[in-house]
Design a protein around this ligand. Structure first.
Ligand SMILES: [Zn+2]
Length: 243
């Protein structure tokens, strides 16, 4: 029997799902300052599979320290390993792919100017395949999806509220300085371009036309955008992120 101890340190503790009498896992320490689990295995196993078996997808692990230094290593009898949460970092290529439950998050990210794909009919396997092939960062709430080994650019979305989810994405990938309001169409992800008020006057509600002069049109679907209710919420979010 292989006995391996894994110490979950810091915020990653919130992701650990364990039951006290689960077969093959003993709880050596419950929460503060760390969760320490002892895994009892018939044979050596990859650290990745062990942490994912208690609910923590590999994309949410940052540092690995102790007897092993990466998630792909085989944990053997007597190993003691400490894992901590993935840290925020500046994502060089902020293009995203949302799983089929995250349509409202996709809309927010597009409004913030980020190239984001989402389609409610894509099953998880399709989202994974597209994420791997396109180099996009996959955003998901599904552990089963995020466990896929080949999926290296990914994030587990934790809040329920779509605006809070967008805040998590912006914070994790340090994107506050790269937000571009009216960058993309929230409906089709098309690029928005500024249009002259005179050219679109017929499509603007008269009360809006009276006080607003800036309008944007989607190059994909033609939808018209102007400063409205969305912008206030976005500005509040950005202010909270940067203050
Ligand atoms: Zn559009």
């Amino acid at each position: 029997m292989e006995k391996i101890e894994v110490v979950f340190e810091g915020p990653v503790r919130d992701l650990v799902r364990w039951r006290r009498n689960r077969r093959g896992v003993h709880v050596l320490a419950g929460n503060d300052p760390a969760i320490v689990l002892q895994f009892l295995l018939d044979r050596p196993a990859a650290l990745k599979d062990m942490v994912e078996s208690v609910g923590v997808p590999h994309c949410e692990i940052g540092a690995v320290a102790g007897d092993l230094t990466d998630l792909g290593s085989l944990a053997r009898d007597g190993c003691r390993v400490t894992v901590s949460a993935a840290q925020p970092f500046p994502l060089a290529d902020p293009r995203f792919l949302c799983d089929n439950h995250l349509g409202r998050l996709a809309r927010w990210l597009r409004l913030l100017g980020f190239d984001t794909l989402w389609d409610p009919v894509w099953p998880e396997a399709e989202v994974a395949r597209r994420g791997i092939n396109s180099g996009r960062t996959v955003l998901s709430r599904s552990l089963a999806l995020l466990k896929r080994r080949e999926l290296v650019r990914a994030m587990l979305v934790r809040p329920d509220d779509p605006l809070a989810q967008a805040r998590q994405v912006v914070a994790r990938f340090q994107l506050a300085g790269r937000v571009r309001m009216f960058g993309r169409c929230s409906v089709c992800n098309g690029l928005l371009e500024k249009v002259a008020k005179a050219d679109v006057r017929a499509q603007i509600p008269p009360r809006t036309a009276r006080w607003l002069d800036e309008y944007y049109r989607c190059r994909g679907c033609g939808r018209l955008y102007w400063e409205g209710t969305h912008t206030g919420a976005i500005e509040t979010m950005l202010h909270n992120l940067t203050s």
